[in-house]
Design a protein around this ligand. Sequence first.
Ligand SMILES: Cc1cc2nc3c(=O)[nH]c(=O)nc-3n(C[C@H](O)[C@H](O)[C@H](O)COP(=O)(O)O)c2cc1C
Length: 323
Amino acid sequence: MTVDLSVQLGDWSWRNPFTVASGTFAAGRPYADLWSQTATTGSADSLALSQAAPLSCLGALTTKGVSRQPWLGNTGLRMTETASGMLNSIGLQNPGVEAFCRDDLPWLARQQVPVIVNVSGHSEADYVAVIERLEQEPAVSAYELNISCPNVDCGGMSFGVDPVAAGRITALSRAATDRPLIVKLTPNVTDITVIARAVEAAGADALSLINTVAGLAIDRRRRQLVFERGVAGLSGPAIKPIALYAVARCHQAVNLPLIGMGGISQVEDVVDFILAGATAVAVGTATFTDPLTVPRLIRDLGQWCQDQGVTSLSELVGVAQLP
Ligand SMILES: Cc1cc2nc3c(=O)[nH]c(=O)nc-3n(C[C@H](O)[C@H](O)[C@H](O)COP(=O)(O)O)c2cc1C
């Protein structure tokens, strides 16, 4: 039986449903080296990794957030483990769009993988400026607007919790590009479908669901909060049920392809997200535990489809509906 893992996000075809979650894969270089070594040593033959272009196994690669100017990120402790997950307070640290174009894009252009640039900013003008700069770069395939980061003061999630602000920033970004425009939403709202409908009406092509869940950690010895900013973003298996709920609700509410993420580490997680309504998935925190998670999941999803007699993933999307 031939299994077709390719998926269709609107007019855009991916060779399989897998991307990496922004901020957990840098611009891909450390993983490309490691995956290439794995291909060379043959220690994981069944992973079908190319030595020359190991990232080409991905449906698409999503970069760390890129902003108009360099961002230093947050000071103090930036990560801590939790039960079944982790909290981070990185604060969207990145060297800015010019450095990204100079240092990362020429390399990314040679990796034979579509590149989604995750865009962040303090203001509407910042988001538009990043997109306008990247429009000059043929190596960029699509944009993912991060309007959902919980651990920055200004920008980030403040756009994603208000349907008017979310719609405006989507419309302005839409006007700046004809490339696919993905908007990444936060679960830290009362009703995510209100935001989803607003960005759909403003011209988004797809939604990424979800960014991290706002959380707190306490340093008991010092009797204070662990993170200087207080709030941090929870990710990993702990948030999977929250993410599935967001995907299932948005699948009912909008007519856009959904990229599901939050706690994916096993093939069963991938299948759950697709059944809930995701067309594609992203893997983040699990890559910190096992850097080969994504290649393993690609292999395992093919095997799972074989075992289940599934010839095309489109058969499964949204089959498990909310009442
Ligand atoms: C260390 C870290 C950094 C992140 N940085 C970004 C970012 O720059 N932009 C963004 O949209 N999401 C960012 N995220 C959120 C992830 O892309 C993803 O939405 C979230 O972690 C849930 O997926 P996971 O449970 O598989 O990690 C980050 C997450 C982590 C753990």
